[in-house]
Write a protein that binds this ligand. Structure first.
Ligand SMILES: [Zn+2]
Length: 671
């Protein structure tokens, strides 16, 4: 917990060109510094650092942010780690905030959970390496699977003896409490007071955090007992949440960044085999089906994922689910299938490292083209199902964010299926519209206060049995501004003005309660917040609503959150949004300055009319959206009374729409 004050001191001391200069060789050009981008390969520099704005932007790959986010992206630090790095660089002592008793207790508990997990890891390793039974059973098992001692050490593999409470007794003797043993799940407690080791008689695979701390264990049974599960994992705890962790990421992260690519395999042993075969950029979901949080973890290091799953029915099914999740986050997806019955581990054991690397290189294919190939084979076998099968691939193509890539797929599939290209293109367009509509509905539901749990990867809405998994997109991706629906675009535009110019003062004319026209010098934040509130409007996108609410809260305390403060927010989502909104106008003015030698009319001068226009369009779009929804519902609504009510509402909205247009033009004028 770094105090707000210390945080501000660190940010004030930070000079972005200094920080980035530690990693990238920069040259001064005009007001900026430029260099070769560290996030993509390039020979001519397109990476700009602006000391005055405190931000960087790559015009080649689009990466952007401030000094803190540079460290987070480049060094894979967490937010507090990045702050600590900066504090060290600028010799600032970190003053920690006084914790409440509850926070302190929670923190002590987390510390204890980390300690006991690390203690357990050491115990399991020593039991395997230093005891006769450990060497014979545990180490013997790993050697039999072809693992070298070096790789066994790298992954912290160990052995938990087949005794009821060998570990529990040892831990208690070393002063660890029953509470921490129970919370980490290392010991199972029964109602009658009996306790025993959860992982007894198993080889142990510690699960590490990104920075290498032990969070939990995944343990494989060695005996042939039929009723026992093959793998037992730690239960979720204060430090371990299986949906947020990837097995092997700690060991793989640097390789993933270097290769700009990540292999996704099914199991722990697949990860380890791949590493041992020299393919170190490999991770696996942790005893769970692949989740959207895990996709986002990978996305911190690379947008390119190659799925390597078994080619049995379950494996193919898992591949499709994983691919759709990856697409929904804008990732590029490829896949490799092994011959039936083989996985990377068994393949490497039989054929060796070089053969595995060659197999991966030769059999990797674009996921959509793979799916198209399989589909065309199925159509040949079963021509009656053609339209259904083509429908499935259309749904996958619709998830691809890039327009050019999409039309490539359409072209290739059209010739593969002997279907007119235009027909396929129309179907893809329909599927995209359907996805957007579903996303929008979901956002509406969330915005209207329906308190639903965060949808997890397993519980995503299914359009129908044969249809695609429709990805739930919480907030639009930042690079998708152009393809946002008009209402969403107006929301984003208004939030952009609020974030960037909230603290600028403008002359604002409005009608007060007595019906008089008043002109006042007001901060943009007050103008926007009061106008939106008095029109009883809200944002469909929960992230925008969050930013709005933060501004409102600050105004209540007579404060205004500046763009720089938003860009340094503790909330990663808010921070990313602020930064991406801040760099957009920057590009425009930069080009004007260099290409034409003249500046655009300053944004400050244009500000009052920008604010007015943004509010005007925002409100109009809200009304239009509701009108559309009314019309849609009218088409299917069977109940006569309900239809009457809808028609009435539509009429009201029409009037409101007209009134807003007129009102805003007459009452609100910018000076
Ligand atoms: Zn770049």
């Amino acid at each position: 917990m770094i105090s707000q004050e210390t945080k501000q001191r660190i940010l004030d001391a930070t000079r972005i060109e200094d920080v980035i200069g530690d990693f990238v060789s920069l040259k001064k050009r005009g007001a900026n510094h430029i260099g070769c981008c560290p996030f993509h390969n390039e020979k001519t520099p397109s990476f700009y650092v602006s000391p005055s704005k405190g931000i960087f932007k790559c015009f080649g790959c689009g990466e952007s942010g401030d000094a803190v986010s540079f460290l987070m992206k480049h060094e894979h630090y967490t937010y507090p780690e990045a702050l600590k790095w900066l504090a060290q660089k600028y010799n600032i002592t970190i003053e920690e905030e006084q914790l409440t008793e509850e926070q302190q207790q929670r923190r002590d508990m987390r510390d204890s959970l980390f300690h006991v997990s690390e203690f357990a890891e050491k115990y399991f390793v020593e039991t395997m390496m230093d005891t006769e039974i450990g060497q014979a059973v545990g180490l013997g098992y790993f050697h039999e699977r072809g693992l070298s001692d070096e790789i066994i050490k790298k992954f912290g593999l160990g052995y938990s003896p087949d005794e009821w409470r060998a570990f529990t007794d040892y831990a208690l003797k070393n002063g660890y409490s029953k509470e921490v043993l129970e919370k980490t799940g290392l010991t199972i407690f029964k109602d009658d007071g009996k306790m025993y080791d959860r992982f007894r008689g198993r080889v142990t695979f510690p699960i590490y955090s990104v920075s290498g701390r032990v969070l939990g264990f995944s343990c494989r049974i060695l005996s042939k007992e039929k009723q026992a599960a093959k793998y037992v994992n730690s239960p979720d705890s204060d430090i371990y949440n299986k949906g947020h962790i990837l097995y092997g990421l700690f060991q793989a992260k640097n390789a993933i960044s270097r290769a700009n690519k990540c292999y996704l395999v099914e199991g722990n042993l697949d990860v380890i085999s791949m590493h041992q075969s020299g393919v170190e950029n490999t991770v696996a979901p942790c005893g769970t089906s692949f989740t959207i949080d895990q996709v986002r973890l990978i996305k911190r290091y690379t947008p390119n994922v190659t799925i390597v799953f078994d080619s049995d029915a379950a494996g193919i099914n898992a591949t499709h689910k994983a691919a759709n999740l990856l697409f929904s986050e804008g990732m590029k997806v490829r896949c490799v299938l092994f011959p039936d019955g083989d996985d990377p581990d068994s393949f490497a054991q039989r054929n060796g490292s070089t053969a595995l690397q060659e197999y991966l290189a030769q059999h990797e294919e674009n996921f959509i083209l793979y799916k198209a190939r399989i589909t065309s084979e199925e159509i040949k076998r079963d021509p009656i199902r053609k339209s259904e099968l083509v429908g499935k691939i259309v749904d996958s193509i619709a998830l691809v964010p890039d327009l050019i890539e999409r039309s490539d797929y359409i072209q290739q599939c059209a010739s593969l299926f002997a279907t007119p290209e235009q027909t396929l293109a129309n179907n893809v367009a329909k599927a995209i519209a359907l996805h957007k509509q579903q996303e929008w509905k979901l956002q509406q539901q969330q915005a209207s206060g329906a308190q639903t749990d965060q949808p997890s990867a397993d519980s995503q809405p299914q359009s129908d049995a044969a249809g695609p998994v429709v990805p739930v997109v919480q907030a639009p991706r930042q690079d998708e501004f152009k393809s946002l629906n008009p209402a969403e675009a107006q929301e984003r535009n208004l939030i952009g003005v609020l974030i960037r110019f909230g603290d600028s003062n403008i002359n604002w004319t409005y009608t007060n309660i007595e019906g008089k026209e008043v002109t006042e010098l007001m901060p943009v934040a007050s103008v926007i917040v009061s106008t939106v509130l008095s029109a009883k409007l809200s944002f469909a996108n929960p992230l925008y609503q969050k930013v709005f609410d933060q501004c409102l809260e600050a105004l209540k305390q007579e404060k205004i959150i500046t763009a720089t403060q938003f860009a340094a927010s503790d909330d990663a989502e808010v921070r990313d949004l602020a930064i991406s909104l801040m760099v957009q106008p920057y590009e425009v003015s930069e080009r004007w300055l260099t290409d034409k030698g003249i500046a655009t009319p300053s944004e400050q001068q244009r500000l009052p009319s920008d604010v007015r226009d943004s509010l005007l369009h925002f409100r109009l779009k809200k009304v239009e959206s509701e009108m559309d929804a009314c019309l849609q519902q009218l088409k299917t609504e069977p109940d006569e009374d309900m239809r009457m009510a809808l028609v009435q509402r539509f009429g009201q909205l029409q009037k409101v729409k007209k009134a807003i247009g007129q009102d805003l033009r007459i009452v609100i004028t910018a000076r």
